[in-house]
Design a protein around this ligand. Structure first.
Ligand SMILES: [Zn+2]
Length: 145
């Protein structure tokens, strides 16, 4: 994967995260942030690195919480250089697949297999549903993030 492709995936991850977070953020604040972000790409990281409060988690659906968690895992992988590698077979995940689902953990072949075996796999999200209890909640004020 090229550096540019990695950057694109990173941006997509921050965008998706922002989209979910803006559902509960005060509208004005979100608007302001998004405006700033469109001018300065680096500001995506501010909203992308926000920590989750219990209040936030109460306001989101399980699917959204799962997505946030998967996005964070993907961002961690980007940091430590393991992004884009299938967790199941270890091969590189196709770039087109990463563009469609930037937080996917599996290559298309493995994702299909897992879906068939578990019956609960969600292809549109590219990951297995997890319980909200698995999420580590960091008790920090959003304003200080
Ligand atoms: Zn695989």
């Amino acid at each position: 994967m090229t550096k540019k492709q990695l950057q694109d995936c990173k941006k997509r991850l921050y965008e998706e995260k922002s989209k979910i977070l803006e559902r509960y953020l005060a509208k004005e604040e979100t608007q302001q942030r998004l405006e700033e972000e469109s001018k300065e790409p680096r500001d995506w990281e501010d909203i992308g690195q926000m920590t989750y409060t219990e209040e936030l988690l109460d306001n989101l659906s399980h699917i959204e919480i799962n997505t946030l968690k998967e996005i964070d895992i993907a961002l961690k992988k980007l940091e430590n250089g393991t992004y884009g590698v299938c967790e199941n077979c270890g091969s590189e995940i196709n770039i087109e697949r990463l563009k469609a689902i930037p937080w996917t953990r599996y290559c298309a072949t493995c994702a299909e297999e897992i879906e068939r075996e578990s019956g609960t796999y969600m292809p549109s999200y590219g990951f297995e549903p997890m319980l909200t209890e698995d999420i580590e909640i960091e008790r920090e004020d959003l304003g200080e993030a």
